[in-house]
Design a protein around this ligand. Structure first.
Ligand code: ATP
Ligand code: MG
Length: 599
């Protein structure tokens, strides 16, 4: 796919938009009523006509943190609802008691907010929990039994698997398929009342064991599972299957367009069968929600599976869910990504009927486009080497003299003001800005060459000092008088190189502040680490984190946490939202100034 441009472009292809436009034009959902909260058909029938022209939902299971793939779904659902005068519900799909935790619920709420979306609309908060619908789901189960559309099956799990058939062969009916409604109802109630052990029996839909769609061969609706649920505690010992619960959740919430990823395509006939049956029985109101599938978003060099991300956390390969290298939204926020960049990437990648792979650089381009105009500039030295200006006292009268320097906070935004710092005889420069024997084309410091210390003076290199092991520890140079940036003499001496620097004197005197600078690289060494059945843990990049002890200019002496900026020549950085303090500053590199991913 092509890189997003900085200019307004027409909205990218998104067939979901066309589906909504068509439904609105046809008035498909115009007659719906909304009872003010989720509920059955009778509840909604008592309400006024639905103020939301469409209703979508983002339905995460609270069994992990949201990742960049979820952001795609979040932005699609909330974005389309906003665009068409509707509302998007945030719904926790918490029907599976075992893996769900409050910690995840809280983290998901926080990250959807962070992305900039809200579920407050028409005077109501549309934040819902699927587990609040357990009563209705149970009632719907009894209704299906009474309608002859469901039965309790006591076959073993293996027997059920064996009789389901496959793509070539039809399934065979369970011996329990034709028992009486009365008996089914009694068994289902016993299941609910805890009379039978886990796994002893299940409730199944009674559809067609010979259906070419295997999902319609009497799918399981309810199972017995003694587990404490984070919302309903020990109230239930039977839990609905996802494929049964999800359509009901949509219908109770008056959802119009239920967008999901492609792997659910084969479930759509069951979705329609179930809701149709419940509407026929008067439990739900028509028009019913429609399920529409779109392609998943995959990003190169990252993993988008909660289960696998959890493994990275549990096995200690990363610091936690919010490790700045993680493709979780919590990690990306800590890394310094902006919500706007993530939303832009989601918008630019559109929606289609195929799963898509997006190059990581696309996200970084969106990020740089967002950061460039807003990030204040600063100087930092990441791998410091000492530069001593040997004629300082001669030129300025004393080694204690400090030469004041100013620089714009942002080159294109004078309204942001100026930064102030000072130059003295001892300076920190980048280690690779000096070469004792310069390679061809090297224009920075080497003996005999002149460079400008950016916003400061021109200096001429005279040599260097080394320790016993031969490593350079100090570069020596002489100040060229009257070459201060911004003064009339500044251009009298022509130089080919300009280098960034920080004064090696105290910050209180305009010199540098010591800082920890974290340089992140991709977490995996391969573009598709979780493709196939590979052991993705073995593809972790052992060099995904480098920590440097550097120096930053004194304007950053009291910068708050979670503040983004650009270190000139180095890239974009953010003060770590957890570890940064003014006493020990910590900067995370968000991304470089140029693309280094697509190479
Ligand atoms: P995971 O495999 O990471 O657990 P999931 O789909 O099982 O993902 P859910 O919590 O069920 O996780 O997902 C919430 C919503 O996010 C679903 O509607 C799902 O389709 C959507 N979603 C998840 N991953 C992606 C992705 N990579 N691209 C687009 N949508 C996604
Ligand atoms: Mg899931």
């Amino acid at each position: 796919m092509s890189a997003p441009s900085k200019h307004e472009t027409p909205k990218p292809a998104n067939f979901l938009r066309q589906v909504i436009e068509r439904d609105l034009a046809a008035g498909t959902y115009a007659q719906r009523r909304f009872g003010g909260s989720p509920g059955d058909g009778a509840h909604h029938a008592t309400g006024p006509s639905d103020p939301a022209r469409i209703r979508t939902r983002f339905p995460p299971e609270p069994n992990g943190y949201l990742h960049i793939g979820h952001a795609k779904s979040v932005c699609l659902n909330f974005g389309l609802a906003q665009e068409f005068g509707g509302v998007c519900h945030l719904r926790f799909d918490d029907t599976n008691p075992e893996k769900e935790e409050q910690e995840y619920v809280d983290a998901i709420i926080e990250m959807v907010h962070w992305l900039g979306w809200s579920w407050e609309a028409f005077g109501t908060s549309h934040l819902y929990y699927a587990s609040d619908y357990f009563d209705f789901m149970y009632r719907a189960g009894e209704y299906l039994i009474e309608a002859g559309l469901a039965y309790v099956d006591e076959q073993s799990a293996e027997a059920m698997r064996a009789t389901r058939g496959d793509f070539n062969a039809p399934g065979t009916d369970s011996p329990y398929r034709n028992r009486s409604k009365h008996e089914n109802l009694a068994r289902f109630r016993e299941m609910r009342d805890g009379v039978h052990p886990d796994g002893a029996m299940v409730l199944r839909a009674r559809i067609d064991m010979a259906s070419p769609n295997i999902n319609l061969r009497d799918p399981t609706l309810y199972r017995i599972k003694r587990a404490t649920h984070h919302n309903t505690g020990d109230r239930w010992c039977i839990y609905p299957m996802y494929t049964y619960a999800h359509p009901i959740e949509d219908a109770l919430e008056n959802i119009t367009h239920s967008f999901c990823t492609l792997e659910f395509e084969d479930q759509r006939p069951f979705y329609d069968w179930l809701l149709g049956a419940l509407a026929d029985g008067g439990l739900l109101q028509r028009p019913l929600p429609q399920q529409i599938e779109f392609g998943r978003l995959n990003l190169t060099y990252v993993i988008t599976s909660k289960r696998r991300l959890k493994q990275l956390v549990d096995e200690g390969h990363v610091w936690g869910w919010d490790d700045p290298r993680m493709p979780t939204l919590a990690g990306m926020r800590r890394r310094g990504f902006t919500p706007a960049a993530i939303r832009k990437m989601a918008e630019d990648t559109g929606a289609s009927k195929t799963n898509i792979w997006v190059d990581y650089s696309v996200l970084e381009i969106a990020l740089r486009d967002d950061l460039e105009p807003q990030a204040p500039r600063a100087m930092a030295v990441i791998e410091p080497l000492r530069l001593t200006l040997t004629n300082w006292a001669e030129v300025f009268g004393a080694t204690t003299h400090r030469e004041p320097c100013t620089a714009p906070a942002h080159p294109q935004r004078p309204e942001l003001g100026q930064r102030h710092f000072t130059l003295g005889p001892e300076v920190w420069i980048e280690r690779d800005d000096f070469a004792e024997a310069p390679p061809k084309g090297f224009h920075r410091l080497f003996p005999g060459n002149k460079v400008r210390l950016k916003y400061g003076l021109v200096v001429e290199c005279t040599g260097c000092e080394k320790s016993a092991d031969g490593r350079v520890h100090t570069v020596l140079a002489r100040v060229v008088p009257d070459t201060k940036s911004g003064t009339p003499g500044a251009d009298a001496v022509k130089v080919k190189g300009t280098i960034t620097w920080v004064g090696a004197h105290a910050a209180s005197d305009g010199g540098g502040v010591a800082a920890t600078i974290r340089l992140f690289d991709r977490l995996f060494t391969e573009p598709q680490p979780d493709a196939g059945a590979r052991d993705f843990v073995r593809l972790l990049n052992p060099h995904s984190l480098a920590v440097a002890q550097g120096w930053v200019e004194p304007s950053l002496a009291s910068v708050p946490a979670d503040r983004r900026l650009q270190f000139e020549r180095h890239g974009y950085f953010v003060t770590d939202r957890i570890d940064h303090t003014n006493a020990s500053p910590v900067f995370n590199r968000i991304t470089g100034l140029k693309d280094s991913w697509s190479k």
